[in-house]
Design a binder for this molecule. Structure first.
Ligand code: CP
Ligand code: NVA
Length: 307
């Protein structure tokens, strides 16, 4: 049984295969439509948090490939509240060919994978966001032709998006650096796993507290919200702490002239990114968001097409 819970569960060859498939499905779609390779397949979309991109790109992706997706809102399922996770897993696993879930606790995904009997796809947990990272890699490859040797610099909170971005970087031979305030580091476990993978791929991982220093050789500057879903109570403190970590024109000017700017979205304009940068010539945030659709078709094809 294959699942898609973390980039680190896959080797470089498999990740590249999925990304190649994503690119060819994108090309096929743009030339008039995809073949119905997922005919008769269904995907349950379980959400404990809001979403635009993840929900719509999975729904449309399934439709384009001839399959069917159905959405279950946070109030309906009550993962671990209305019903035990393992019960939900076993019941849904009998209805759907696969389950995509967006959860708070990463452990809930692990539990779904243990009991569902069908592939589980991680649509974001408090720990990581691997589908986002696949779309990010697709976007970087489209821009630079490769991930190998590309310098990716993440500015801000060492959160779920940062973890998966580091994971895909070290798996595919890109260099990853992060500038974050003290106390907002990525989880130690994520760093040590990535450092091991970097030994194989030759990637460099660097840590900074000063954003200006971190971006000096960046090909990609990446940022995300300072306040992830579930952290709303810490808003005031986080806004104060992260203020020097804004991706603005002044920071972009410190990087190379062909640097690109990425953000998983939703963004908070005027906080982690300025209007000028998000709407400016370096920004790739919209094609990046569109690539969620294509990257996830690659994932769906890998998990479900040749079952
Ligand atoms: N980037 C991302 O996962 O967006 P949504 O929260 O809208 O799904
Ligand atoms: N770090 C953000 C990502 C949203 C797609 C969050 O968890 O809310």
């Amino acid at each position: 049984m294959k699942h898609f819970l973390s980039i680190m569960d896959y080797d470089e060859a498999t990740l590249s295969l999925i990304l190649d498939e994503a690119r060819s499905l994108k090309d096929e779609y743009r030339k008039g439509g995809n073949k119905p390779i997922l005919k008769g397949k269904s995907l349950a979309l379980v959400f404990q948090k809001p979403s635009l991109r993840t929900r719509v790109s999975f729904e449309m992706g399934m439709q384009h490939l001839g399959g069917y997706a159905f959405y279950l809102s946070p109030d309906e399922i009550g993962l671990g509240k209305r019903e035990a996770v393992k019960d939900i897993a076993q019941v849904l696993g009998g209805y759907a060919s696969a389950i995509m879930a967006r959860v708070f606790q990463h452990q809930h995904l692990v539990e779904l994978a243990e009991y569902a009997g069908v592939p589980i796809i991680n649509g974001l947990s408090d720990y990581n966001h691997p589908c986002q990272a696949m779309a990010d890699a697709l976007t970087i490859i489209e821009e630079f032709g490769n991930m190998k040797g590309i310098n990716i610099t993440y500015i801000g909170d060492g959160n779920n998006v940062a973890v998966s971005l580091m994971d895909i970087a070290v798996k595919l031979g890109a260099n990853f650096s992060i500038a974050n305030p003290d106390g907002y580091d990525m989880p130690e476990q994520a760093i040590s796993t990535a450092q091991k993978a970097a030994l194989t791929s030759g990637s460099r991982i660097s840590f900074y507290t000063d954003p200006s220093e971190a971006v000096h050789d960046a090909d990609v500057i990446y940022t995300d919200t300072w306040i992830s879903m579930g952290q709303e109570a810490q808003s005031e403190e986080r806004i104060r702490t992260f203020k020097p970590y804004q991706v603005n024109q002044q920071l972009i000017d410190k990087a190379s002239s062909n640097v690109i700017v990425m953000h998983c979205l939703p963004s908070h304009r005027g906080f982690e990114i300025t209007d000028e940068v998000q709407d400016g010539p370096h920004s790739r945030v919209i094609p990046q968001a569109h690539n969620r659709l294509h990257a996830q078709k690659g994932i769906l094809a890998y998990l479900l097409a040749k079952e």
